[in-house]
Design a protein around this ligand. Structure first.
Ligand code: OMP
Length: 276
C-alpha cells in the first residue's frame, strides 16, 4: 500500500487506529480453547469485529514465534484473514548484515516464499544503512524504523547526546537519506508526547507508528497535538487495551467498543485538523 492509499483509508474510515494483535494463550477467553487453534480463532473474531474501525493491524511476531512452528502457521493464517485494504505491520524489529536482512525482507514481504506479504516491517537501526536498505527493495513496502521507543530503556541509548543531536534524532536525520516518506516510517512512543514537535520538525512528511496508548498510559490527544501532518501522518497502536477488553464470550464485542471509542476520538481530531 502506498502513502496516498493509506491516507485515503484514514479519510474513509475516519480513523488512524492500528490494532496490535499480540495474543497470549493464557489470557484467551476460555471458550476458545475448544478450537484447534484458539489464537487464530481469537484473532479472526477480533479482526471481524474491528476491521471497519481501524486502518492497520500489527501482529508482534514474538507472540507467534513463542509457539514454534504452530505459532508461525497462526501468523500466516492471521495475515491471510486481514482484509487486503488494511495496512499490515509485521512487528519483528529485524535488522542484520545486508544478505541476512534480505532474507528477513523476503520472509515478511515475498508471498511466494513465505505465504505472507505484509505492507511493512519494524526494523532496528543499530546496524546502519546496509542493514535497512534490503527492506526497501520492494515496491510499496515500508520500513518502520525504531526512533524513540515507548519503554524506559529508550533513555539508555536513544536519548543520549551524540554530537549535536540525540541518538534518536540522528537516526531520523540520517535514515532520511536512505528512503523518503513513501517508504520510511518511524516508531515514536506515545509515552514521550513532549518530543513530537521536535520529531515533526525532523520528519515533517513521514508517518509515525505510535505505540503506548492504553496499557502503557500514553494519551491520544497529547500525541496528536504536534504529531499530525497534512496526511494525518500517524498510526496509533493499541494492543492489550483493545484485545483484552473482556475475557468472556463477549470479548470481540468489547474489543469493538474499545476500538469504536478510539475511532470516535480520532474522527473528532481529524475533523478539527480539517483532514476529513
Ligand atoms: O515497535 C513497536 O510496535 C513498539 C515500539 C515501542 O516503542 N513500544 C511498543 O510497545 N511497541 C510494541 O507495541 C505493542 C504495544 O502494545 P500494548 O502496550 O499492548 O498496546 C507491543 O507489540 C510492543 O512490542
Amino acid at each position: 500500500m502506498n502513502k496516498q492509499q493509506l491516507f485515503e483509508q484514514i479519510q474513509s474510515k475516519k480513523s488512524f487506529l492500528c490494532i496490535g494483535l499480540d495474543p497470549v494463550l493464557d489470557k484467551l477467553p476460555k471458550h476458545l480453547l475448544k478450537y484447534e487453534d484458539p489464537i487464530l480463532e481469537f484473532n479472526k473474531q477480533l479482526i471481524d469485529a474491528t476491521h471497519d474501525l481501524c486502518v492497520a493491524y500489527k501482529p508482534n511476531t514474538a507472540f507467534y514465534e513463542t509457539r514454534g512452528v504452530k505459532g508461525w502457521d497462526t501468523l500466516v493464517k492471521t495475515w491471510k484473514h486481514i482484509p487486503k485494504d488494511i495496512f499490515t505491520i509485521a512487528d519483528a524489529k529485524r535488522g542484520d548484515i545486508g544478505n541476512t536482512s534480505a532474507m528477513y525482507a523476503e520472509a515478511f514481504f515475498k508471498e511466494e516464499s513465505s505465504e505472507m506479504s505484509f505492507d511493512s516491517v519494524t526494523v532496528a537501526p543499530y546496524m546502519g544503512k546496509d542493514s535497512v536498505t534490503p527492506f526497501l527493495a520492494y515496491q510499496d513496502k515500508w520500513v518502520i524504523l525504531l526512533a524513540l521507543t515507548s519503554n524506559e530503556g529508550s533513555q539508555d541509548f536513544q536519548a543520549k547526546q551524540s554530537g549535536n543531536q540525540k541518538l534518536f534524532e540522528q537516526v531520523i536525520t540520517t535514515s532520511q537519506q536512505w528512503a523518503d516518506s513513501n517508504q520510511m516510517m518511524y516508531v515514536v512512543g506515545a509515552t514521550k508526547p513532549e518530543e513530537f514537535q521536535n520529531i515533526r520538525n525532523l520528519a515533517p512528511n513521514n508517518f509515525l507508528l505510535v505505540p503506548g496508548i492504553g496499557a502503557q498510559g500514553g494519551s491520544l490527544s497529547a500525541v496528536c497535538e504536534h504529531g499530525l501532518n497534512n496526511q494525518c501522518g500517524l498510526l496509533i497502536n493499541a494492543g492489550r487495551s483493545v484485545i483484552y477488553a473482556s475475557n468472556g464470550e463477549d470479548f470481540a464485542e468489547k474489543a469493538r467498543e474499545e476500538a469504536l471509542a478510539l475511532q470516535q476520538e480520532m474522527e473528532q481530531i481529524l475533523k478539527a485538523a480539517n483532514l476529513i
